[in-house]
Design a protein around this ligand. Sequence first.
Ligand SMILES: *[C@@H]1O[C@H](CO)[C@@H](O)[C@H](O)[C@H]1NC(C)=O
Length: 327
Amino acid sequence: MKNLAVFVLISMTILGVHGQDSKVTIEQLTGPYDLGEGPHWDEENNLLYFVDIHAQKFFAFDPSTQSLTETYLTNGPVGVAVPVADKKNTFIAGSGRDLVEFQWDPSTSNPKPEIKVLSTVEVDRPNNRFNDGKVDPAGRFWAGTMSDKEDQTAVNAGALYRFEEDGTPVKVLENITISNGLSWSHDSETFYYIDSPTLEVVAYDYDMESGDISNKRVIFNLKENDVPGVPDGMTIDKDGHLWVCVWDGNRILEIDPESKKLLRTVEMPAARITSAVFGGPNYDILYVTSAKRGLSEADLEKQPAAGYVFAVQGLGTSGVKSLSAKM
Ligand SMILES: *[C@@H]1O[C@H](CO)[C@@H](O)[C@H](O)[C@H]1NC(C)=O
């Protein structure tokens, strides 16, 4: 407990951001990681899950004890992993171009979990890999791809998929460059999505029964709103506002998709903010992942917090449960 108090004090000191609402605190939890992504709050076990994509690792962080466990997916880079509903210690992940299922007890680290490949996409595109993903209101897992060879991203080489309960992929969108943030509105009528280089957050009508989407429209364009950087992962709060993480933007945006207005900017102590999820017992802590990948030594000296996982508190709002996949 004593250690925890000291840790928090140090983090707050390091991470004080000028000009920010003084009620907002940013705590540096664990890291640094190369490319942290895919935060998911496990309500049952009070754990924060996240991945470090190229390290092929999936982590479980317990905020109450500060303990961290990890597992390693021999299969390949892991863009996202989520628990499977009603199957203890079972997860699915987009790893390489495969949808995989693996067994892991997050109370201990396991470098070699049992992995089963359920399906494979884009066999003709060996440079592609899965990136961000999430579970939809019907319990289907969605994940998108991008090309990623030596950090070269080919334009329009990726796609967005949803998966049937047996793991069969259904292509939802094609010509995607960097498939990223996904969220669904609370009435399950709307799907929000980010293909990063477009600089847009877009919305589609969503049919929960079929999983189909249609009627694309733009909710927010970062460039048109003079926001620097590239939109990455996102999550939704209780009011239906989108919290959009900005890569190379040192910030998270709170956007009202109804009015299409930027309501608030949370300044972060790292440039490459990758994704966020609300968690904690009251869902009022915004857990945020970031990356140090691609930053120079000089950059890293200026932002020692790059690549850490953060807890942002005092935002005065809360989110909703992270969904597990029905498989
Ligand atoms: C995707 O790109 C290909 C090649 O440019 C084109 O033929 C196809 O119509 C595009 N698909 C969509 C949905 O825009």
